[in-house]
Write a protein that binds this ligand. Structure first.
Ligand SMILES: [Zn+2]
Ligand SMILES: [Zn+2]
Length: 306
C-alpha cells in the first residue's frame, strides 16, 4: 500500500481569522487530516474540522464514517471546532478520540466542558456517533499506522505526534517553543542565531521525516517579546531542520496578526536561510488550507504551488 496523504483544514494559531487578508493560507484554527488507505486520522479539532466534517459527509454518501481524532492539547484553538463536527452527531459513525488526561480531567470531560450549557447549547451527550475516549499512550497503533508521541515545551504541555505507515513518516509538532528545552538555553537566549543542542531522544523523534509540520508563529524580531508564550520563531525551526533534515518542512500555527504576504515572506525567509547553509534538499512551505500532499520526498517544482 502506498504511504500517507495529508490535507490541511486549519492552519491558523490562537483564534480564527476570517477575511480577505488571510484567504490564501486560511483563517481556520488547527486541523490536519491524514489518510492511509481506509484509515483516517485527524490531528486536532480547531475550527477547520467543521469543513472537514462537511466534506466527509458529502463524500460518504450515507455510508458510516470511521476515524481517529488525535489531540495535541486542549487549548481552545485546538478543540473549538469539535462541537461543530457534524458527523459526531450521526448514529452509525464511529470515532476514537485520543488525548492526554490533565489534572482537571480526562479528554472526555475536558472536550465536553466546552459544550456545557453556559458555553454551548448542545451537550456532548447529544452526539449520537459511537465515541470512544482514550488516554494517549506514548506509542500505539491505529490500524496499520504506528504512532508515537513526545511531550513538547508549551504552557500546559502539548503532544507531538509521529505517524508512520507504508514507508511514509509524518511528524506533527504544533504548539511548541523548542528554545525552552535547548540544552544550551542560556546561550540561545543571548544569541538567537546560536545552534541549539537538544536531548538526543527529542531529535530522534524529529529525524527521518518525509514531512515535518512545525509551529513557526513568530519572526525572529517578534520572538523576544513573546518568549515563554509557547511558540517557535524562524531561527529555531531553521536550526531544527538543519539537524532533523526532513524532506518537507511545513510551517504552521500562523500568527492571527499575520496576513497572507507575511506568511509567505516568513516561509521564504526560512527557505532562504536553509539554502544559505547549503541545505537545498528540504522544501519549506507555509501550511495552507486545503493543501493536500503525499507524505514523501517531493519534486522541487512543488515550491511553485504557494
Ligand atoms: Zn495553538
Ligand atoms: Zn497551545
Amino acid at each position: 500500500m502506498s504511504g500517507l496523504t495529508v490535507c490541511f483544514w486549519g492552519t491558523r494559531g490562537s483564534i480564527p481569522t476570517p477575511g480577505r487578508h488571510t484567504e490564501k493560507f486560511g483563517g481556520n484554527t488547527t486541523c490536519v487530516e491524514l489518510r492511509h488507505g481506509e484509515t483516517v486520522v485527524v490531528l486536532d479539532a480547531g475550527s477547520g474540522i467543521r469543513q472537514l466534517g462537511a466534506a466527509w459527509t458529502k463524500e460518504s454518501d450515507g455510508r458510516p464514517l470511521r476515524a481517529h481524532l488525535l489531540f495535541t492539547h486542549l487549548h481552545w484553538d485546538h478543540i473549538q471546532g469539535f462541537p461543530f463536527f457534524a458527523p459526531a452527531y450521526c448514529k452509525g459513525n464511529v470515532f476514537t478520540i485520543h488525548g492526554e488526561a490533565r489534572p482537571d480531567g480526562g479528554i472526555r470531560e475536558l472536550l465536553g466542558g466546552q459544550m456545557r450549557g453556559s458555553y454551548f447549547p448542545v451537550p456532548l451527550a447529544a452526539m449520537q456517533a459511537e465515541l470512544t475516549f482514550l488516554d494517549t499512550a506514548s506509542a500505539f497503533a491505529v490500524d496499520d499506522l504506528v504512532v508515537r508521541t513526545v511531550h513538547l515545551p508549551h504552557p500546559g504541555g502539548c503532544l507531538g505526534y509521529r505517524v508512520e505507515a507504508g514507508g511514509s513518516v509524518f511528524v506533527f509538532a504544533t504548539d511548541s517553543e523548542l528554545d525552552q528545552v535547548a540544552l544550551n538555553r542560556n546561550e540561545v537566549q543571548a544569541d538567537h542565531t546560536a545552534p541549539r543542542r537538544y536531548d538526543p531522544a527529542l531529535l530522534a523523534f524529529f529525524r527521518g521525516a518525509h514531512m515535518l509540520v512545525i509551529d513557526c508563529q513568530y519572526t525572529d524580531d517578534e520572538y523576544p517579546s513573546k518568549r515563554g508564550w509557547g511558540h517557535n520563531s524562524v531561527a529555531t525551526v531553521v536550526d531544527l531542520c538543519l539537524q532533523a533534515r526532513p524532506d518537507v518542512m511545513v510551517l504552521c500555527h500562523h500568527d492571527p496578526e499575520r496576513h497572507d504576504e507575511g506568511v509567505a515572506a516568513l516561509a521564504d525567509d526560512a527557505g532562504a536561510r536553509l539554502e544559505r547553509t547549503g541545505v537545498t534538499e528540504t522544501l519549506v512551505l507555509p501550511a495552507r488550507e486545503r493543501l493536500e500532499m503525499k507524505v514523501c520526498k517531493p519534486l522541487r517544482p512543488l515550491a511553485l504551488s504557494y
